[in-house]
Design a protein around this ligand. Structure first.
Ligand SMILES: [Fe+2]
Length: 481
């Protein structure tokens, strides 16, 4: 971490005692210059998805007076979604609570939110973070954590509300624009989202979260060539990103390539960019699983790649931090042929669902458990059972967490199961809806042609095949250009 970039800004309380303020003007108890510099560094590094966050932890370990340092370190390790992270967070929280400096109201809220997260009460953590940004919209990191909880709870409206509170207090902040844009996109306000994300890039083109928000908007509309061109034009700025942001933005680029039928290039991105940065990290793992699965659904042989991923999934059978993560771990294990691990994880998931608190019952019991069994059935080559079980989960699926684009994997597996098991009407309805939303995807036209042919609608089958061919020719030209 860089040395203190300047002295702590010092203000005066009504009582006459002095108080330090961070770069956002927020009061920080017990802070000297080094603590303020560390907090400013953490905020910027976290919002920029930088790869030097570990440097902050070393400073927090040494801190004896400023409780926000261990509190932030606790949140950082909790965001890893790992068993070790949770135990380490409990130690940081204890360190913060033992400090002699009295906490101010904002710091007390941070302490309560951190404690709630450690206890698995993510709904409570979300509420506290949302009220933090209502009261102190300059506390952008509170908004970042609140959006993370909203994302994991499948609460898109909260994701957006937090973005709006932040925008009100920080209208010209590029990080905040990108955060607001992502909330809008997840609430299907795609045009506004893209506009705001691009306005973030007018301030600084190197903002990976703004690139990410634009990618989601282009993905939602099926603007495939634009997606590739845009992300490729920004990729030079991702070298200093942490492994989540680096692998995830490359994953988004690979999704466009999959839909453009450029499967070899997508697989090459998997090998060079998406898998291999930090194999122990959950976010890297789900990007890898999701990309391999999507390639397989398009008929690509991914070789023995599942085996390597599964090596890193086996320690996760009983974690159950976020159902969205669990479902992908389970599918990765199943595709790798790890039958006993799948059986063990399914039993553990059922137990987790039984222990779910009211706020998370729908996510675990009504979505994750049937979806997990359905994914296992799909991987085991039983599409009828997969279609039945995934069909049960689908109405509740948003609750498992993750983004619309990420959860689309489960929809794609469900669709594949429907098509393979001859549920033509249901498959047709999904494909027609997909085509309306993303009319530029050749695979959708080909799948439509297949179903139309099966149900004897030959004219429509021929029309869909013709359109698929036209799109493929257009994309071949676009690539050449
Ligand atoms: Fe994304």
């Amino acid at each position: 971490m860089p040395a203190a970039s300047g002295r702590a800004k010092v203000g005066t309380r009504n009582s006459g005692t002095t108080v330090a303020r961070d770069g956002q003007g927020l009061e920080v108890s017990g802070a000297g210059d080094e603590a303020i510099a560390a907090l400013d560094f953490l905020r910027d590094e976290w919002l920029a998805f930088g790869n030097r966050l570990g440097d902050f932890v070393a400073t927090a370990d040494r801190e004896e007076r400023c409780l926000l340092l261990p509190v932030m370190a606790a949140n950082l390790v909790l965001s890893m979604n790992s068993t070790e992270g949770r135990s380490l967070a409990a130690r940081y929280l204890a360190q913060a609570e033992k400090m002699p400096t009295p906490a101010n109201p904002r710091e007390r809220a941070w302490l309560a939110a951190t404690s709630a997260w450690i206890d698995g009460e993510t709904d409570r953590a979300l509420q506290i973070h949302e009220s933090l940004v209502e009261q102190w919209p300059e506390d952008i990191l509170a908004g970042k954590l609140g959006q993370l909880h909203a994302f994991n709870c499948g609460d898109a409206p909260a994701l957006l509300r937090i973005g709006e509170h932040l925008r009100a207090g920080n209208p010209h902040n590029r990080y905040v624009r990108a955060m607001h844009a992502f909330g809008l996109e997840e609430c299907n306000r795609i045009d506004e989202a893209e506009d705001i994300a691009r306005r973030a890039l007018e301030i600084d083109r190197r903002d990976p979260w703004a690139h990410h928000a634009v990618a989601h908007c282009l993905e939602a509309r099926g603007r495939l060539l634009e997606g590739v061109a845009f992300l490729e034009s920004m990729a030079d700025t991702w070298e200093g990103c942490n492994s989540f942001m680096y692998t995830h933005n490359w994953w988004h680029l690979a999704l466009f390539l999959v839909d453009l039928d450029r499967h070899d290039e997508a697989l090459a991105l998997y090998d060079r960019r998406v898998w291999g940065v930090w194999k122990e990290f959950c976010e890297d793992q789900i990007n890898a699983i999701s990309l391999l699965a999507r390639l397989e659904l398009r008929g690509v042989d991914v070789g023995d790649r599942w085996r390597d991923v599964a090596t890193y999934l086996k320690p996760r059978l009983h974690e159950h931090f976020v159902p969205f993560l669990d479902l992908q771990y389970l599918y990765g294990l199943a595709r790798a042929g790890e039958a006993s691990a799948v059986t063990e994880m399914l039993a553990s998931l059922e137990d987790r669902a039984e222990r779910a608190r009211p706020f998370e019952r729908e996510a675990w019991a009504q979505a994750a458990v049937p979806a997990a069994h359905g994914l296992a059935a799909h991987a085991a080559g039983d599409p009828a059972e997969a279609a039945r079980l995934l069909g049960q989960a689908m109405p509740h699926l948003a609750k498992v967490g993750g983004s619309i684009a990420q959860r689309a994997l489960f929809g794609a597996i469900h669709l594949d199961a429907l098509m393979k098991s001859g549920w033509n009407d249901a498959a047709l309805a999904i494909l027609q809806a997909d085509e309306r939303e993303r009319p530029g995807v050749p695979w959708t036209k080909r799948a439509l042609a297949d179903i139309y042919r099966r149900v004897g609608r030959m004219e429509q089958a021929l029309a869909a095949e013709y359109q698929a061919g036209q799109l493929a020719r257009r994309y071949a030209k676009g690539k050449a250009a």
